[in-house]
Design a protein around this ligand. Sequence first.
Ligand code: F6P
Length: 347
Amino acid sequence: MNVGVLTGGGDCPGLNAVIRAIVYKGLNQYKYNIMGIYEGWKGLLEGGPIAPLTIEDVVGIQVRGGTILKTSRTNPFKHKKGIELIKKTLKKYKLDAVIAIGGEDTLGVAARLHQEGIKVIGVPKTIDNDVAGTDQTFGFDTAVNIATEAIDRLRSTAEAHNRVFLVEVMGRHAGWIAVQSGIAGGAHMILVPEYPIDVDKLVTGIVKRHARGEEYSLIVVAEGARLKKDGGQSDYILQEPEKDEFGHVRLGGIAYILAKIIEEKTGFECRNAILGHIQRGGKPTAFDRVLSTRYGIHAIDLIKQKKFGQMVALRGTKIVGTPLVSAMKKAKTIDKEYYKIAEVFFG
Ligand code: F6P
């Protein structure tokens, strides 16, 4: 059996640990050939590079961020004859099955390819933690820890200067990183894409804190958070309006906009810190290394069991297989009940 492995979409800490687990169990226990497909779906579309992965290639890589297989945001369905080209590559390299490690975009492609008769297994990843069908994606815990560390550091400088600090974290449609790091870091307000930002409420909270003698504030905001406007929400704040092959724009800058608004309305000195890709870089936490390893082991087990069209998922404390289409359901976002835990500490 020849099994191809690819990583697609934005990288995230833990990808290498998944690859390592697939290679160890695939080679040593199942005697499969494990082939690395480079740069995500692009590698299959363009006919390579694709090369065998050995134990030597993956020894110790669970500690490294990024992905030894590289990644891309290529969507084969946006390319002419995409499926034909993929099938041609699979035939050329005699690949019997593919393990696709990615977020909702990569897994969405995997689900469609499965419908086209290609034997695929998915592994869900993203620092945003918004993939449906699993309790948690790997990479998220690392991102939360990085953001929490940043909030802790910004607290001392905010306090020293009596400033309002806006810390912007990633999260397009879901505020998981914002909420988790905000609770852990003791943020005075956490703003997420799920609930529009009420500027008046935000400003009142800051002013009240000030009046109580708490002259600094820490506000965590997700990049996808928007302002409440005319019964709806304002547009997203964009770094780059151009869309990628999956229709995503590049978000960023809401912290800057809010800092300006708050400074204008309160007269308090404001600063913003946009964490950006720092959250996605570097070594994974122990939790993410273990979750990724368990995902990789379960993914190769699903291949052995011929459970194609499935992805691995965390359910409670167990790793299970679930149909790939589960990842296509509505993104997993923060419900009101969970957000209420954070709200206890606002203001
Ligand atoms: O992978 C998810 C994510 O990290 C989002 O939180 C963020 O908006 C996006 O990727 C950034 O993508 P890129 O690396 O393409 O700029």
